[in-house]
Structure formats: structure tokens, C-alpha cells
Design a protein around this ligand. Structure first.
Ligand code: ADP
Ligand code: MG
Ligand code: MG
Length: 201
């Protein structure tokens, strides 16, 4: 079972990972965007970590919902509302249980990923965060293995390199977006990677 502490540790691990990787994320965004993805997520997840410290929520769903609200209110870029929606909708789908199973988390994550696709109008292969999130949610649903989800997210992020961006700022570059990894797919791989770390897999 995954309790509230598990979800708080996951969000704290993501804040630390984003701090550590901010330079790399911004570098990826400087190639096909506006060089702010690392700093956007640093600001957002620092606010998430601070809010969780200040007012620790009582359930897993409430942890993710609070995290999502913080991202929406502190990140100006496209990734704020998108990650905010991912976490808010995943949290809402977890309901009010004090502990959840990996099955419940897998199902909730699918709801969250679907909400991101709906909000941004992107689908698999458009060179966005969804190219890491969709395979990760599918792998988790199929195997209930956090390690398998991490591998799927990492592979999905790397597989964005040869794609042409069809959504977001990178799409303005047309064919010139080919040959670079999508920054949002890279940060989504961090999100799933820190989930696996938190689960000890
Ligand atoms: P901005 O582009 O506003 O500067 P960020 O740099 O923080 O925002 O985030 C860029 C990332 O957001 C992209 O790499 C991509 O993964 C993701 N993204 C942008 N638009 C969309 C969309 N419509 N659907 C899904 N993800 C998107
Ligand atoms: Mg940017
Ligand atoms: Mg920006």
C-alpha cells in the first residue's frame, strides 16, 4: 500500500531532482524553446515542497491535488498548467483513501495523463511530455512495476529526439525541432523516475 507519506516523499524527491537537473532541462529548452523549462519547474516544485511542509495533506489524493494547484499558480509557462492538471486530476482520481494500491495509482495516472492530452490537444508522437507519460502509465498499468514505468518513460523521452514537434513552442521551429530531446518529456521521465526511486525500485 502507498500511504500519504509515500506521496509526500515522491514530491520532495521530484523537487530535488528538478533542482539537480534544472541546467540540463533548460539546455534542452534552449535548443527548441525559450530556455526556461528548468527554472519553471524549479520554481514550481519548490512551491510544491514548501506547501506540503506548511500544511501536510491527510491523504495521497490531497497531496497530489495540492501539488497540482501549486504548479498551476506558480509556473507561467505551458508546463505549469499541464503538470498541474496531471497531478490535480491524478490526485482527484485517487479519492479520499488514506492508502492506495499500485493498481489505484496506475488507474489514476491514466486519468491524469488523459486530462493533459485533452488540455493541450496533443497525442503520442507530437514530441511533448506525453511521449514519456503515456508509455509510463501504460507500463505501470500492465505490470504494476514502478521500475518498468521508469524504463518506459526514459525510453519515451529519448524517442522524442527524431520527432518533429507538433505542439507547444517547439512546433514553431517545424523541421528544425528534429534532432533534439523534448524538455517536457525529459522532465516527465524525472517525475516517473522519482516515483520509482520512492518505491525503492
Ligand atoms: P514554455 O514552452 O511555455 O516556455 P516550458 O518550457 O516550461 O513552457 O515547457 C515546455 C514543454 O511543455 C515542452 O517541452 C512540452 O513537453 C510541453 N508542452 C508544451 N505544449 C504542450 C501541449 N500542448 N501538450 C503537451 N505538452 C506540451
Ligand atoms: Mg520554455
Ligand atoms: Mg516559457
Amino acid at each position: 500500500m502507498l500511504d500519504t507519506g509515500f506521496f509526500r516523499r515522491w514530491m520532495a524527491a521530484m523537487a530535488a531532482a528538478v533542482d539537480r537537473e534544472a541546467g540540463r532541462l533548460t539546455e534542452l529548452d534552449s535548443a527548441i524553446g525559450d530556455a526556461d523549462h528548468g527554472s519553471n519547474l524549479q520554481r514550481g516544485f519548490a512551491a510544491v515542497a514548501a506547501a506540503l511542509e506548511k500544511e501536510p495533506p491527510a491523504t495521497p489524493g490531497a497531496v497530489l491535488a495540492l501539488a497540482g494547484r501549486q504548479l498551476i499558480s506558480t509556473v507561467g509557462g505551458a508546463s505549469g498548467p499541464l503538470y498541474g492538471t496531471l497531478l490535480r486530476r491524478t490526485g482527484k482520481a485517487l479519492g479520499d483513501d488514506a492508502e492506495v494500491t499500485p493498481e489505484q495509482l496506475a488507474a489514476a495516472l491514466r486519468v491524469g495523463v488523459d486530462a493533459v492530452a485533452q488540455l493541450g490537444g496533443a497525442k503520442a508522437g507530437d514530441k511533448t511530455m506525453l511521449d514519456a507519460l503515456i508509455p509510463a502509465a501504460a507500463a505501470l498499468g500492465e505490470s504494476l512495476s514502478f521500475g518498468a514505468a521508469r524504463t518506459a518513460a526514459d525510453e519515451g523521452a529519448v524517442a522524442t529526439v527524431p520527432l518533429q514537434a507538433r505542439k507547444g513552442r517547439a512546433s514553431y521551429l517545424g523541421e528544425r525541432s528534429i534532432g533534439h530531446q523534448d524538455p517536457g518529456a525529459a522532465s516527465s521521465a524525472l517525475l516517473i523516475g522519482t516515483l520509482a526511486d520512492t518505491a525503492g525500485s
